[in-house]
Structure formats: C-alpha cells, structure tokens
Ligand binder design. Structure first.
Ligand code: GAL
Length: 398
C-alpha cells in the first residue's frame, strides 16, 4: 500500500502503471517481467545473430510459451552518434529496427540497455545529455524494455558535481532516473523500465516514484552458488516494497550457466520464484540441456513467481543453513520453500515448518512442487531430507 500511495503522491501513478501519454491504458509488468538477457552468457560478444538465434530458440524450446517473452540486448550494442546526435548501433548490430521487427515477428519483445552516464559499464556510448533523443530512437526501433545502468554517471556526474556529499550525489542519481522516465513517457511507447544501480540508496524505497518497474537490489550475480544465494538471501525484508508494476530484482538468472549443479539450479529458480523476482534467463539456449529446460520451464514454479496477487515471499525462519521462506498466493494457498544452503544434506532435525507464523492452521494439505506429488495432510512437525545446496518446495492449502 505504501508504494501505491507514494506513487500517487508523486503524481506518478500513470507512469508506474506504464501508461504512456496518449497510449491506451496498459499495465506494464503487472507480474514480474520474464525473458532472456544476453549479458550473463554472451557478455561483450553478443551479436545480431545471437539475438535472432535466441529468439528462434525461445519459440522452439517452449520458453516463449512458458512466459519468457522479452529478448534483452545488454551492453555493447552501442555505436557512435551521428551528426544530429542520434545513437547508432555498432557493427555487431547492423540494423536494430530490422532486428526488432524480427523479434516481434516471433511473438517476442525487444529490450535494450543504456546508462545515464557518458559511458556504459563496458565503456560504450551512454545517454548523458541525449535522454529524450535516445528514448525516441528506442521507440522508433520498437524497443519494449530499457535497462538503465548507473555506470559512469557516478564518477562523471555524482562525484564530479558533489564530491564528499553523499545525499547530494544520491539526489543527482534519482534525478537521472526520473529524467529517463520522463523521456520514455514522452515517446508514448510503453516500455518496461529497469533500474540498475546495484541497490544504492535503498532504491526499493524510491524506485516506484521514478517510474521503475523493477530495480536491481544487489551487485552483479555470477554463476556460482555463493554469489547467487547471497543475492537471493539478501532480499529478506524487501517483500513490502514489491507490488504489481514494481519489483525487486536480485539480478538475472544464471540457471544453466557455469558449474551450478542440478540442485543449485533448482534452488536458484525456486528462490527467484519465491521472491516474485523478474525471471530473465541468461543461458545460451543453443546448448540448453533437457534438465535446464525443465527447471526454467516448470509451470508450477513459474506460476508461483507470476502469481497475480503480486506478493513477494519472505523468510519466516532460519536455523544455521536451513531457511524457510513463505509466499502468499492469490487463491489463498501458500508456497513454502525449505532451503538448505549448507554443505551436507539435512533431515530438519528439530526444525518445524512454522505454519503459525505464516498465518496457517496446524495442519495443511500439501503438494511437493518439484516432485509433482501430493503429500496429503501434513503438520508443523513434517520433516523431509533437503539435499546440500537444495530445496523442497511445497504449496499448501487449508
Ligand atoms: C553491470 C550490470 C550487468 C551488465 C553490465 C554490462 O553494471 O550490473 O548486469 O549490464 O554492467 O556492462
């Protein structure tokens, strides 16, 4: 509620709902955005061909139909500006409009990336001083999603203009995000607006007021269990800041990347679903194994993430490496995840489910989501082995 009243107070409700000037009413990111982004696997090597291949594979693997509709080009697409200051794509992306048309022809949407600074994090051209022009260029190309990454804005503007004055630096940062928000609105094209400034200055508190549909809450994820679980676990306490149209973003998925084991990938997917986090896959779809496909496309897990109630889950109990998280769902059910972040299997000795703290009765009807198995009636004393770096995910009903 706090978020909505804040958005209203700031006169930004239309923007928060993604309603552009003159555009038909349309809710952007009513549920956490789902799609794919080039950075986690391709990084600076991504090309037009990779994006087209990915678009094809999102369709043929069933990913699109499972909900992954945004195809997001991250950093390194940017070329120089022309004589009129209009941003050009570089030689890796010969024709951005044609690429957008191709992506749209597959029933997908296109995302792009920039920075409020003079340069992006990979030192390509940023949007500083060209915000309206860039937003209009993206709209002309047919872009549906913008990730806006702080990068050099910090040193070139915040620190340069307000050395040793953090409140003034943060004000400059918020103004930069609001500036691009207004520029997007002016185009009249609905675009998902994704803030990337690593969670600084409690972005969850002001993200909605600058029109953000999602905001990164952490530093960069990487394809290892420690970093992934740190990003996910540090979302405890942030649930109250998420709502339809506005989501906490612990960063894009690494499912299928690096050396994550099956259980680690399952934990990653479960944690993000419990967090109502954006599900932006980051793997190379040309190499996706059936195991990874079945994790990314588990319909019941995706349904937890995308639940229309739009409530982020939170940690209910922690005992050493075991953590129990709960997420209320629209039909009155509750998703319960029992995580084991430890190095050995646990039998949950002495650990209860804490149903009462979730507002539930002493006994509930439970389904094991990953096992796709009904468990019948269980009570607070129910125990299960949880593998090393693994999780057991239940959906329970009265
Ligand atoms: C980082 C950002 C990454 C990626 C990268 C591109 O700042 O967190 O997700 O976008 O920049 O240079």
């Amino acid at each position: 509620m706090r978020i909505w009243s804040k958005a209203l107070h700031g006169g930004c409700l239309l923007a928060a709902m993604g309603i552009g000037m003159g555009a038909a009413a349309q809710t952007v990111a009513a549920t956490p955005p789902m799609g794919w982004n080039s950075w986690n696997f391709f990084a600076g090597k991504v090309t037009d061909k990779d994006i087209r291949n990915t678009a094809d594979l999102l369709v043929s693997t069933g990913m699109r139909d499972a909900g992954y509709v945004y195809v997001n080009i991250d950093d390194t697409w940017e070329g120089k500006r022309d004589a009129h200051g209009r941003i050009q794509s570089n030689e890796k992306f010969p024709d951005m409009k044609a690429l957008a048309d191709y992506v749209h022809s597959k029933g997908l949407k296109l995302g792009i990336y920039s920075s409020p600074g003079p340069q992006t994090c990979a030192r390509f051209e940023g949007s500083l001083g060209h915000e309206e022009q860039d937003a209009q260029t993206y709209a002309d190309w047919g872009v549906d999603y913008l990730k806006y990454d702080l990068c050099s804005y910090r040193s070139a503007v915040m620190v340069a203009q307000a050395p040793n004055d953090m409140p003034a630096q943060y004000k400059l940062m918020r103004e930069a995000y609001e500036k691009m928000h207004q520029a997007i609105l002016k185009t009249g094209r609905p675009m998902v607006y994704s803030l990337c400034q690593y969670g600084w200055d409690s972005v969850w508190d002001w993200g909605p007021s600058v029109g953000a549909n999602l905001w990164r809450t952490t530093d960069d994820i990487s394809a290892n269990f420690d970093r992934m679980s740190l990003n996910g676990r540090s979302q405890a306490g942030l649930a109250k800041f998420a709502a339809p149209g506005h989501w906490n973003d612990p960063d894009m998925l690494e499912v299928g990347n690096g050396k994550l084991t099956h259980d680690e990938n399952v934990t990653h997917m479960t944690l993000w679903a419990m967090l109502a986090a954006p599900l932006i896959a980051g793997n190379n779809l040309t190499q996706m194994t059936p195991d990874i496909g079945s994790i990314l496309m588990n319909k019941d897990v995706i349904a937890i993430d995308q639940d229309a109630l739009g409530k982020q889950g939170d940690r209910v109990y922690a005992e050493g490496p075991v953590e129990i998280w709960a997420k209320p769902l629209k039909d009155g059910a509750t998703a319960i995840a029992i995580f084991n972040f430890g190095e050995a299997v646990t039998e949950m000795r002495g650990i209860r489910l804490h149903l009462k703290e979730m507002g539930l009765l002493k006994t509930v009807k439970a389904r094991d989501v990953w096992a796709a198995k009904d468990l019948g009636t269980i009570d607070d004393d129910w125990k299960t082995p949880v593998p090393r770096h693994g999780v057991v995910l239940l959906v329970v009903k009265r």
